[in-house]
Design a protein around this ligand. Structure first.
Ligand code: ADP
Ligand code: ADP
Length: 239
């Protein structure tokens, strides 16, 4: 069974923009997919449709066989926990420590306050600290998230997403705000984590060379339509 399935998905925004047009694809275990396309081609819309940060206009999005669109409340929260998200601008809580930000991934939104008051389990805390060690960030565990460089902030964002134990990791332009050396560190970490923990990854990128280097598969979007879907080698032949 695929982890993710898009069937004939379309998205019209209220202003009339047709951001996705009959998009269909499946994502399976072990895949590391880059979504490539010019600005405005629908990459962010595609990612946000997966955990219903935006509602779609037509078609079906399913996670491990369950339609996302029929879900509300508890059911939607359960599906969303399968999907970790990483953002271009990190979306950390800058008043909190690195460790507290990472624990947020385990505790979820409502339980964030519990983390602030230290009401997480010792087991969660140990896992968070181990993860920070794995990402080379343990020496910053008790620093405020605001005190980090961009690349370090993104590593905290990755740790937070991994604490969710996701089946699927969605990364929206994760390296767009980083210098080339930090970008390489982040892409290497994403690939390693995805392989070691068997988490499928979908990464929106605008750098084709990065997509070619890291992906098992590339999806090309143009004006809301899939114009290419295959391994990097096939893209080499097509161009
Ligand atoms: P990309 O991530 O490839 O840059 P987006 O998914 O952000 O593409 O945007 C696809 C199209 O949808 C663009 O024309 C964009 O202006 C439009 N769009 C994105 N978000 C909204 C929104 N909230 N309301 C209206 N139009 C939007
Ligand atoms: P991104 O490329 O990461 O989507 P943008 O700067 O395009 O970032 O969009 C920032 C925010 O504005 C997003 O929430 C997006 O949905 C929204 N947005 C993008 N394009 C439009 C648009 N044409 N009309 C209204 N909202 C938009």
């Amino acid at each position: 069974e695929p982890i993710l399935k898009f069937e004939q998905v379309s998205k019209h925004y209220p202003n009339g923009v047709h951001a996705l047009k009959n998009v269909s694809f499946e994502v399976h275990e072990g895949e590391f997919i880059s979504v490539i396309g010019p600005s405005g081609s629908g990459k962010s819309t595609l990612l946000r449709a997966i955990n219903r940060l935006i509602p779609i206009s037509a078609g079906t999005v399913s996670l491990e066989g369950e339609a996302v669109s029929g879900q509300h409340g508890r059911g939607l929260r359960r599906l969303r926990r399968k999907v970790g998200m990483i953002f271009q601008n990190y979306n950390l809580v800058y008043s909190l420590s690195v460790l507290q930000n990472v624990l947020h991934g385990r505790l979820g939104y409502m339980s964030g306050l519990k983390g602030i008051f230290g009401m997480y389990s010792e087991q969660d805390k140990r896992e968070a600290l181990d993860l920070l060690t794995e990402l080379g960030m343990d020496q910053f565990s008790y620093n405020r998230a605001s005190d980090l460089s961009g690349g370090q902030k993104q590593r905290v964002g990755i740790a937070r997403a991994i604490m969710q134990n996701p089946r699927l990791l969605l990364c929206d332009e994760p390296i767009a705000s980083l210098d080339p050396s930090s970008a390489k560190t982040i892409m290497d970490l994403l690939r390693d984590l995805s392989q070691r923990r068997n988490i499928a990854c979908i990464v929106n990128l605008h750098q084709l060379d990065v997509a070619m280097k890291y992906s098992t598969r590339i999806i090309g979007l143009c004006k809301g339509e899939i114009v290419f879907d295959g391994p990097p080698a096939a893209l080499d032949e097509a161009t």
